[in-house]
Design a protein around this ligand. Structure first.
Ligand code: DHE
Length: 532
């Protein structure tokens, strides 16, 4: 049912030019298609003030195919008709005709006439610093909290808000509006005080968890993959897919420091698969989505210089060593890495491509060390590592197979494929629990089931359906591993606190589609059971 009812240039049945009757569900009315020139004008009159004259976004989100690709066409129509609750987006059902609504929905989902770009000047102009915090370690939380490291940051995708929860008492501390469609895990400074968010449409924000104030924001691109924060707390690196570049920001206030065009050794431009901080290596690691290359960018001011042939050609002549500090060093690969994860020491990258190939790459010798015999579409990016029975394992969900793949990291062989009731997305554990928790949210029939795996036997020992029929997904543990927080990813949804030993529900907090939650301590200590 998720198809727009009017395709370009197609004449449909009457209903035209009289105000639409309230919120008609998509597909129940068709209308005569309006010519593009009129739609362009209508867009400028009705939408441009909030969404930008070039559809790049302003107070409202960008309205481009790349920004809307994850929203069903029927939902686009619904939002234009009814608006979006708790936002500035009002409904147009009584202001525009059904034909105009359907035309605008089509208009915003098609590519703009002239290609969009995002220049450094536009990026700099978008930069806002709201406060100048005292960055010294004298500053303590301005609210009563037992353990500022046991806070949870919860991203609520339903109405684009973030909640901060006390992980000792499970009481909300604050809730604030975020940019539209945050994606990926928020990233923290090593002291756990500042948190950074990236939105799919390119906004990076810095928030102070001690003063509960938004510090700064900047739009680094039109479409952003994710951000990483350096383990010295000085840098934020954003990876973009539009434009195809990396943007380095000063972590204190988000001023842009450097833009790296993402071009491979042949000069071909590529999207970024993801950027991560490899803390023990004092470097960021970046994989390219369209070229078989892995980049390391050291943020160690004393990093060794290196030579052409191994590096990207930034301001560097062939044969002359370039500075190791903040310059990308390229490792050529045999395959593109779409999705990847690290061992706890960041010596190895385990990566998979969309066509199902998977390999282990050494960040030390800078080459492939093993093939990984994986099937389907392993989601290595939400993998975990754990020690059990004296061995180190890595486990990952699979987006189209109802199994958890466990890899023995001593020999890079598959130790076990653990069956679960449907394909899962997020896997979580903690050093202090013998169990790993996984959802099956990719399955329409098993999306309400959390499977609990015993890390010692690699068997599912229990299944929880906290809210039957609803999406039960994305787990994160408290600092001590005593409680697991599970999302009911609906709007309205809930955050459910479960005793990790008895599996009994302890408390539920109402939330608006809590897509992910992040414990400050587990993140800054890079707990083996959580994402990095
Ligand atoms: Fe994500 C993390 C990529 C779809 C929710 N997702 C990530 C990360 C990457 C990624 C690279 C790690 C970033 C980080 O934390 O720094 N996600 C992708 C995809 O390629 C994919 C499959 C398709 C896409 O559209 O991009 C995808 N992701 C989704 C969703 O459909 C989810 C469920 C809902 C949404 O809001 O888009 C979703 N992704 C998440 C979440 C995290 C995430 C909640 C952080 C997980 C964590 O615990 O750290």
């Amino acid at each position: 049912p998720a198809k727009s009812t009017v395709s370009p240039g197609v004449q449909a049945t009457p209903a035209l030019n009289k105000p639409a009757a309230g919120a008609a569900p998509a597909g129940t009315q068709t209308a005569v298609a309006i010519p593009d020139a009129r739609l362009a004008k209508l867009y400028q009159q009705q939408c441009a003030t909030c969404h930008g004259s070039e559809r790049l976004g302003a107070m409202g989100p960008a309205l481009l195919p790349e920004s809307l690709e994850r929203i069903k066409p029927a939902e686009v129509l619904r939002v234009i008709r009814q608006g979006r609750p708790a936002t500035q987006m009002v409904g147009y059902a009584d202001k525009l005709s059904e034909a105009e609504i359907q035309g605008l929905a089509r208009w915003v989902q098609q590519p703009p006439a002239k290609p969009v770009g995002w220049t450094d000047a536009e990026m700099r102009a978008s930069h806002r610093e709201f406060v100048k915090p005292d960055y010294s370690d004298k500053v303590k939380p301005a609210f009563k909290v037992n353990d500022p490291h046991n806070l949870f940051v919860v991203v609520e995708a339903g109405d684009h808000h973030v909640s901060v929860i006390d992980g000792d008492t499970f009481t909300p501390i604050t809730r604030f509006e975020s940019h539209f469609a945050l994606h990926g895990g928020p990233k923290f400074t090593p002291d756990g005080r500042f948190v950074y968010f990236a939105s799919r449409d390119g906004w990076v924000s810095q928030y102070d968890l001690y003063t509960l104030k938004k510090v700064a924001e900047i739009r680094v691109g039109i479409n952003t993959r994710n951000v990483a924060v350096s383990s010295d707390g000085k840098w934020v690196l954003a990876g973009n897919t539009l434009p195809q570049n990396l943007v380095l920001l000063d972590a204190q206030g988000l001023k842009p420091v450097r833009t790296y065009p993402v071009k491979d050794r042949e000069g071909k431009s590529s999207r970024v698969s993801a950027v991560y901080d490899a803390a023990p290596r004092n470097s960021f690691v970046v994989a390219l989505k369209d070229s078989p290359e892995l980049w390391s960018i050291s943020y160690d001011p004393k990093a060794e210089p290196f030579y052409a042939g191994f590096v990207h050609d930034y301001k560097m002549k062939e044969g002359i060593p370039t500075k190791g500090f903040l310059n990308p060093r390229v490792t050529p690969l045999q395959m593109v890495l779409d999705d990847f994860y690290f061992d706890p020491d960041y010596k190895y990258v385990m990566g998979a491509s969309r066509d199902g190939k998977a390999q282990v790459i050494s960040l030390v010798s800078r080459g492939k060390v093993a093939e990984l015999p994986l099937q389907g579409m392993p989601h290595l990016g939400s993998g975990i590592t754990f020690n059990a029975n004296g061995r180190l394992y890595m486990a990952s969900t699979n987006l189209n197979t109802p199994t958890i793949t466990v890899i023995d990291m001593q020999n890079w062989k598959v130790a076990k494929e653990i069956p679960i009731p449907g394909p899962g997305f997020f896997l979580r554990s903690h050093e202090e629990t013998p169990y790993a928790w996984v959802d099956s949210m990719m399955s329409p029939t098993a999306k309400d089931t959390i499977s609990i795996i015993d890390k010692r036997t690699l068997e599912v020992v229990r299944q929880l359906r906290l809210r039957p029929g609803k999406t039960n997904a994305h787990v994160e543990f408290t600092r001590d591993g005593r409680y697991a927080l599970v999302s009911i990813m609906e709007n309205p949804g809930e955050l459910i606190i479960v005793d990790a030993k008895t599996f009994q529900e302890v408390k539920a907090l109402p939330m608006s589609k809590p897509i992910g939650k992040y414990n400050v301590f587990n993140k800054v200590t890079r707990s083996e059971g959580t994402s990095h």
